[in-house]
Design a protein. Structure first.
Lengths: 482, 94
């Protein structure tokens, strides 16, 4: 096995036993990037010089017995919507194409303090708006399983980088499914933690009440390791919560775990082959002793509509700061108003503009009650559905996406059909719950992910269940569609 | 339903300048999206309160003291235009 194909767990053990060095491990990742990224386009920028310095420093520390953490010396990629001092942080947008971040996001500080080797910034849909990475100013990221298909979005770059072993693990962000959907499409583990457990300080805000940073890894165990590094209360994020509570739930053995399967997630719209893969996984768990129960999340049908009111309103507010004045792309104009309009119109892509207009409209006087206030009430209904469900079951399982990865260009002409690919992931963000996508099988070589949802702060128990559920790489004959 | 006039008005509020083609395109697309959003009208929210966030946190404050000593030069490095240590902008008042 090549070094870049290792997991965090195995790489860290080999580093500890001096079987490999961080320099060798990092070089292996860059060799893979140089070989494949021209075809996949997972990275917006790579940081080879800086990364090799970090790798050397890691090896020196290790030789002195001063390793900082389990991920000291491990190459990690970061979605390019997280600020890292001295690096271009673009949000895959023309408006930040030449923006050099003057500070580190809290998660970056945590990675650096843990000794991780940050190898580059990965591609995304512009400002994290999209489900395919086709909205990137820097071109689409291709799915490593099939280069004619999307890697998913908005964290397509991070998912593809991990799936194609260009890094050992990566960070992404998830507002409506942007970690879990690309994880499903690319066949890797993608975890969205409980809202508030990972600091959003330094994450270029999209929808502040929904955004959350999380790991992309090759195994659920690796996701647990990386989550442990990045989580924690941060006084710089006023929505940050005390994460010590994530450790207090006692883990149950599988035969004591009750799994809920929502009937609404297995209805019309779900590809029958994907349904087979997911049902086979659930049957597997049943055979291992878990109790499976059909449940109902009655307000699921409103989740997408609710999200597409709330999120654009927050987007319209958050993107008001990009005005061509303090930083970013600036276009000239006759007066101040023209500078704002020219900078923003020239700097933002179509999907970003679409969502800003939608959000401005639905929060404007005369419409705010019909749309925004209504959506905020519907959000409560959706949260309640989950609260009631979690009184009966411990976790909820289902598909992540209705289909496998679609072809590049297939959905880009119809925004609504693109939005519908988030139909199962979105309710989770509205309710602030933790959720993961783990590899569950393949259909004609295209990966399928299993969605695991837990109650707030059940992150560690959820990851324990994920370890049981995940299909191993090379286990393709385990569960397959026809 | 949303009209071209609505889109133009809202674009102005959002400080966006749209071409005629963009206005036309967005009016159609947003019409479709809003049609889908209208399904929410069927949700029974009569007894529900407006909720802005799900953490249950409120009044998160900190002591008003400077902690980050950011250096001006670093922060101004990204400014499109500067003068005498300040960001240079077009005049705000006539």
């Amino acid at each position: 096995m090549n070094l870049n194909e290792l997991t965090i767990k195995v790489a860290s053990e080999k580093l500890k036993d001096n079987k490999i060095s961080s320099v060798e491990l990092t070089e292996a990742c860059f060799t893979q990037i140089e070989k494949n990224d021209k075809d996949i386009n997972a990275f917006i920028s790579t940081l080879k010089d800086e990364a090799m310095e970090m790798a050397k420093a890691s090896d020196v520390r290790r030789a002195k017995g001063e390793s900082l953490s389990q991920i000291d010396g491990v190459p990690i990629a970061v979605k390019d919507n997280m600020c890292m001092t001295g690096t271009k942080t673009t949000a895959a947008s023309k408006i930040l194409e030449n923006f050099t971040a003057p500070y580190d996001a809290t998660v970056i500080i945590k990675l650096k303090n843990a000794g991780a080797v940050i190898i580059g910034k990965t591609n995304l849909d512009e400002f994290a708006m999209g489900s395919s990475t086709e909205n990137s100013y820097f071109g689409v990221t291709k799915n490593p399983s099939d280069l004619s298909r999307v890697a998913g979005g908005s964290s397509g770059g991070s998912a593809a980088a991990v799936a194609s072993d260009m890094c050992i693990a990566a960070l992404g962000s998830d507002t409506g499914g942007s970690i879990r959907q690309p994880a499903s499409f690319c066949g890797v583990v993608g975890f969205k933690p409980t809202y508030g457990t990972v600091s959003r300080y330094g994450l270029l805000a999209m929808a502040s009440s929904l955004d959350q940073i999380g790991p992309f890894t090759k195994t659920a165990e690796d996701a647990e390791i990386l989550f442990d590094i990045i989580k924690g209360y941060d006084e710089k994020d006023s929505t940050s919560v005390d994460t010590s509570k994530t450790s207090t739930l006692k883990p149950k053995t599988l035969n004591l775990i009750k799994i809920g399967v929502p009937k609404e997630y297995f209805a019309e719209g779900l590809d029958p082959e994907v349904k087979k893969v997911i049902e086979a996984k659930i049957d597997e768990l049943k055979e291992m002793g878990a109790q499976i129960k059909e449940i109902s999340l009655a307000n699921s049908k409103y989740a997408l509509a609710c999200y597409y009111v709330l999120m654009p309103v927050e987007v319209a507010s958050n993107l008001g700061r990009y005005d061509g004045i303090k930083y970013g792309f600036s276009a000239d104009g006759e007066n101040l108003l023209d500078v704002y309009k020219n900078s923003r119109s020239d700097g933002f892509g179509a999907e970003v503009k679409r969502r800003i207009i939608l959000g401005t409209y639905t929060s404007s006087s005369g419409y705010i009650d019909q749309y925004y206030n209504k959506a905020q009430k519907v959000r409560s209904l959706i949260e309640d559905d989950f609260k009631k469900a979690f009184e009966e079951v411990d976790f909820i399982l289902g598909p992540v996406v209705p289909t496998t990865a679609f072809k590049i260009g297939e959905k880009s002409k119809d925004p609504l059909s693109m939005y519908l690919s988030d139909i199962y992931t979105i309710a989770v963000n509205l309710a602030g719950l933790p959720a993961a996508s783990v590899p569950a099988g393949n259909i004609d070589g295209l990966p399928v992910g299993l969605h695991i949802i837990g109650p707030q702060l059940s992150d560690l128990n959820l990851l324990n269940l994920a370890k049981i559920c995940e299909s191993q790489k090379g286990d393709e004959d385990g569960i397959q569609g026809a | 339903m949303i009209t071209k006039k609505d889109v133009d008005h809202v674009a102005e509020l959002a400080r966006l300048k749209l071409t005629d083609a963009e206005t036309e395109e967005f009016t159609q697309e947003l019409g479709g999206i809003l049609g889908y959003i209208d399904e929410m009208d069927q949700a029974d929210t009569a007894d529900m309160e407006i909720v802005s966030q799900i953490t249950g946190l409120s009044n998160v404050t900190r002591v008003d003291e400077v902690k980050n000593k950011s250096d001006r030069e670093n922060l101004l490095a990204n400014a499109p235009a500067q003068k005498n240590g300040a960001i240079l902008v077009k005049k705000v008042f006539e």
